[in-house]
Design a binder for this molecule. Sequence first.
Ligand code: ZN
Length: 675
Amino acid sequence: MKQLTFIIMSMIILASCGGNSKSEFNYSVDKFADVEILRYQVHNFEQLSLNQKLLIYYLSEAALEGRDILYDQNHKNNLTIRRLLETVYQNYKGDRTSTDFIAFETYLKQVWMGNGIHHHYSEEKFEPAFSQDFLTNAINQVDISLLPLLADENIEQFKTRIFPVIFDANLYPKRLNQEDGADLILTSANNFYEGVTQKEVEAFYAKMVDPNNHTPVAYGLNSKIVKENGQLVEKTYKVGGMYDAAIQRIISWLEKAANIAENDNQKAVIQSLIEFYISGDLKQYDEYSIKWLQDTDSQVDFINGFTESYTDPLGMKATWEALVNFKDLDATKRTEIISRNAQWFEDNSPVDNRFKKDEVKGVSAKVITAAILAGDCYPSTPIGINLPNSNWIRKDYGSKSVTIENITDAYDKASQGSGFMEEFMWSDNEIAQAKEYGSLTNNLHTDLHECLGHGSGKLLPGVSPDALKAYGSPIEEARADLFGLYYMADKKMVDLGLLPDKDAYKAAYYQYIMNGLMTQLTRIQPGKNIEQAHMRNRQLIASWVFDKGTIDNVVELKKRDGKTFVVINDYQKLRDLFGELLAEIQRIKSTGDFEGAKYLIETYAVKVDQKIHTEVLSRYAELNIAPYKGFVNPVYSLVKDKSDNIIDVKVSYDENYIDQNLRYSRDYSVLPYYN
Ligand code: ZN
């Protein structure tokens, strides 16, 4: 599971950093549509050993090789369209400053940001602001052999096939559709299923699931479902199967990495992943996951594979992602304190004892420095990750949780002086609080969310982990957030030395409610509802406590000069409400109460208050801040001596967003147009 940043937290201005910035590092790289592209710094890379640097290099190559897999998973025409756009972009001989061309460039940048033709967050298809005529003229300038045409297709047929996918807003409007009542598979444009209905798929997997199996594999995780001769069949992502060419390249880099692993455990982890890529066997995947979570000694670590299922409306199919990182030894002391006390947190949580774990196993938590982001972690990236996702593995073996601090750091640095807090916070008091404790409580909340929240609680015997269906993701995220929020205000935080002051938590509370009730709506188009799991979870929590706290006036929306502000009147009662909701959500999860989940989500998490929304959008527009952030990666290069021995790995930060994506498409693209 991933923790995405709540944008407000990234708007924090550290008082001491204003004015004379000590570093010359240029965090902001590009800005287009609703996106700002940032750069992150790989702190202390130079201090790693040559072997560790080389390991990062090989794992980074393995990470970048999976890029096309994600494009194809997101939508079946994505690779064709990306290749078309890039070819035109590189060969266009007309006026590159014309309105049409600029709009075309923006669209291409959006496609890179979404890893396809849909928005990475809102799931909606991008609307090109250039004309069909422009694209036709541009295509006519290009050598036809460079275009992604099918074998016996001419250019007119190609256009007839592909133009509607780009220009017709009614065709494939959403990558992921979660509208209650619709056939979620037929109405979602992602490429996990083709020619099959939701009912057929549900029946297909229902037959596989054995309710008495205590160690069920993640059915369907690594395959596409199609219909052949009237029968549903899985096309598995593996060597010799779907995505073969890319997977083979990934394996070749993983083999190099295994040879120079930091220790035998890590070597076994990498080899186990290779075996999974070869067999596609989900039992093997579980074996790999267990080995992976148990490797806590290595400093260098990675994620590489079919991991998160947010894009599948049924929550089964996983998108490909990769992250290479190394432990931040100093900052990890913080998460180690949390981990060591995991049992205390479990025992003292406000949830019903029936739903608590008797023994919290191996919650390992660390703060990491990201070295490369890829697949579904690029260009948009999480700030925390907790894996594996398998419930029985988490129960029997625990999980590994990370907070990605150099990414949070880049968010903070890039947003200095945006004016956001001044616009949306009630008074100087809240602003001062945020400046002093915002960054700290933000990181701590991520730690608590990842290494305690997701790992806490248990399902009652016989309850299926998929019982909540499409409501499962936002409910799970709400559970993890609430666990963090509840404990943030606990005296234990100060006792453990995690917070310097018993009131520091107020910074996090205020920002969470303000974000959930108001400012996260900057990410929603006028008139639209909330779709994304993390956003649903935040609105659920904020509007539930707002609603339940009405009698005691715990949280208020106050007007000043025609503008709406969040005011928190009673922080202690707010904490109690967080505890109450946590108990209810844990009950829903533990008992598999689908109706309960549906009620909470549909009542509190989906619908947007139109008046507030309009107001927030117009106030936000004045600030001119991009609501979404993406990243470019650093570039790693091998340094060799005269006899061709590798003597160092250099990291550089000068590649821009366009060059990076074009290079990736040139160097890491081996899949056919259709898979
Ligand atoms: Zn999470």
